[in-house]
Design a binder for this molecule. Structure first.
Ligand code: MG
Length: 308
């Protein structure tokens, strides 16, 4: 069986730049692709790189797409190198869509709970209300960008305002050091009886696995790994090293969906599936995986970040 590729790059601006410990991000650039086989079956996929999480860049993904032969065999799709995980995901999910009949958009969103990402800083205090009205019951707040005093004060103020039915996730993007992480976990443990703090995400940088493992044993507040498990290889490594907590999985940069599905099922991982601000094409493929593999609210409440 031979395949043909068509693809186009896209650019989507955020209404306001997203601020995390990695810096400011103002525009999502990616590639939407379509595979067609000899029987005329078509399947769409999306390449949505996130280089600061270790994926390839958009330029590397474009280079790969442009250098494929006009017609190529299945083998070409199944042997994309691991250094191009967003391409693996894009081509892998396009192939699955092609085999599954092609049309997958949005039919798979039912039954999932969504977490909405709040703007970083004091803007969070007014941003949650319209999102609650839209049905969100889980919110995520980025920390590790301001002083801990200011951020903990904001976090307390937010928790006091949120209705009791709501869960809050805190995401440090690896931006804390050990004493700061301990301060956050102490605060969270202290507030847990009164408020729903679901977890603290990636308190320390990716090279501090042992420290995070120790923290997960010292505190009651669950810890989720995100940057530490950004690639499929990292996910396997952390699992082998016995990470007892939550795994945040960004399928769009985790390589072939088939391999990811098989691994998560085999190890019964406690997972949160999370967006890298894909379009509907990538989103749909990610949510199909989430529906099969995760019971926690998915981090795909991000549409309010886009202007279009
Ligand atoms: Mg995160």
């Amino acid at each position: 069986m031979m395949f043909q590729l068509s693809f186009h790059p896209y650019h989507r601006r955020f209404k306001r730049p997203l601020q995390t410990h990695h810096g400011f991000w103002s525009q999502r650039d990616g590639i939407v692709l379509q595979l067609e086989d000899e029987q005329g079956r078509k399947g769409q996929g999306e390449i949505a790189p996130l280089p600061w999480f270790g994926s390839e860049t958009l330029e590397e993904a474009l280079y790969f797409c442009r250098n494929l032969p006009t017609r190529f065999p299945l083998d070409e799709l199944e042997t994309i190198p691991a250094r191009l995980p967003a391409c693996q995901f894009g081509f892998g999910s396009a192939l699955e869509a092609l085999k599954g009949g092609g049309s997958s958009a949005f039919s798979n969103e039912e039954g999932l709970l969504y977490s909405a990402l709040l703007p970083t800083g004091v803007a969070a205090l007014s941003a949650w209300k319209p999102l609650l009205a839209k049905g969100y019951r889980t919110f995520k707040l980025k920390i590790g960008v301001n002083t801990i005093a200011a951020e903990q004060q904001l976090c307390r103020a937010l928790l006091l305002e949120l209705p009791p039915s709501v869960q809050l996730r805190l995401d440090a993007n690896g931006g804390l050091d050990l004493p700061l992480a301990q301060q956050w976990l102490e605060m969270c443990d202290g507030l847990r009886s009164a408020f729903n703090i679901e977890y603290l995400e990636q308190p320390l940088p990716t090279d501090a696995f042992e420290e995070m493992l120790a923290l997960s044993q010292q505190y009651k507040t669950p810890i989720a790994l995100d940057e530490s498990v950004a690639s499929f290889a990292q996910l396997i490594r952390c699992c082998q090293q016995g990470w007892p907590g939550i795994y945040v999985i960004k399928p769009a940069i985790s390589g072939y969906p088939k391999k990811l599905r098989r691994f998560c099922q085999a190890h019964s991982l406690d997972t949160v599936f999370s967006s890298v601000f894909e379009t509907e094409v990538g989103r749909s493929a990610c949510l199909q995986l989430a529906q099969a593999l995760s019971s926690r609210a998915v981090g795909f409440g991000i549409e309010h970040w886009f202007a279009d």
